[in-house]
Design a protein around this ligand. Sequence first.
Ligand code: FCB
Length: 473
Amino acid sequence: MSNPASPLAVDVLDERPGLTFPPGFLWGAATAAYQIEGAAAEDGRTPSIWDTFSHTDGRIVAGHTGDVACDHYHRLGGDVALMAELGLKSYRFSVSWSRVQPGGTGAANPQGLDFYRRLVDDLLANGIEPWLTLYHWDLPQPLEDAGGWPARDTAARFADYTTLVADALGDRVRYWTTLNEPWCSAFLGYGSGVHAPGRTNGADAVRAGHHLMLGHGLSVQALRAARPTAEVGVTVNLYPVDPASDAPADVDAARRIDGLANRFFLDPLLRGSYPEDLVADLSVVTDFDHVHDGDLATISAPLDLVGINYYSRHVVAAPTGGNEAASAPSCWPGSEDVRFVTRGVPVTDMGWEIDAPGLLETLRRVHDYTDLPLYVTENGSAFVDTVVDGQVDDVDRLAYFDAHLRATHEAIDAGVPLRGYFAWSLMDNFEWAWGYTKRFGMIHVDYDSQVRIPKSSAKWYASVIRRNGLAAQ
Ligand code: FCB
């Protein structure tokens, strides 16, 4: 249902001109294994850090878990049929590491690999390009018990797992991304602890971030060795970071948060170095002795594409002193006391400010780093949906997509080599610490009956794909 307070009402949408995208633009939708598959203990799958975390009291809203989720493991055929109805050109999914390599080491689990083979074959049979993400946050629990991402060895384990998946699926999957959003894995998983594994140590978060990128680099090598023709990249989540005012202290706060949120990853991956100011900011937390000779060369190995997830903008201000946040576990180590400011602009059900121009800004920024083809691998919004007479008229979500697609079109006009866009998400799913209380899907999921209902945004997106652009209204 529409949020009457939203200025993004349909009448605004109705006056917008039509826009056509370049031929072959890859229109997709995205999901992630733990958020949709369910079948958590079937056919040889063993627990990941998200199984452990979601089964720990107090970690997830309402005690929700991904045990069943959207039951996609058992409903694969129907779900791919829905994708075909939408006309998707591509589907971005992730592989559950502990489904295909239980425990995170040793031999592959043939039943686990079979599930992904069936998925990929079904996609191809429907003319949908599979886009495979190797790691969307679900580290096998035994690897966490051995130290998790703060331990260097985890990066090598990730490369071994990559080889198993590439050997099994490389003949039929063209697009590969290694990591999804390493910032979240590192800084929410090991800094603030709001994501699995729920640890709260700034130095560990920084180490985790480095070892995730090292794992990415080793995974790229493994992919190149197994499938020289694969298109390989990584997905980072990026935010424009604005100072709340021109005051030098606010500007410095923005520089710090930009360093941690964006440049911590962009610079090593695309330039082969950590930004000096970031290293200085983090000197209160770590001396970076976890960075070995040669790591940055491994991390910055040439890629074929960069995936960008975009949701919102950060606006920040200098600390005021006496800020209690400074002593709480933080996902901003060394900059814990920076204040995050809200501007009073419309927000989604996550409380995230809606800022479509920020997507244009972000795409241009990454293009300043690299000429590689770019893909928006996630973009979308949670809103409260209501089923009325078997329909879900999610006009706010539709308006969000429309506005952000216009921003991507502007980026293309400005010369950014943007080659595709993946809506988050294909269907409502387990939204991490928020459980099933936040809905991002274009397809509504009733978690009791597992009935799927394409929302208005899904029907609209199907028409966008059909005409390869936005219609004049
Ligand atoms: C991203 C995640 C994705 C989903 C969206 C809303 O950070 O990659 O799994 O939770 O946010």
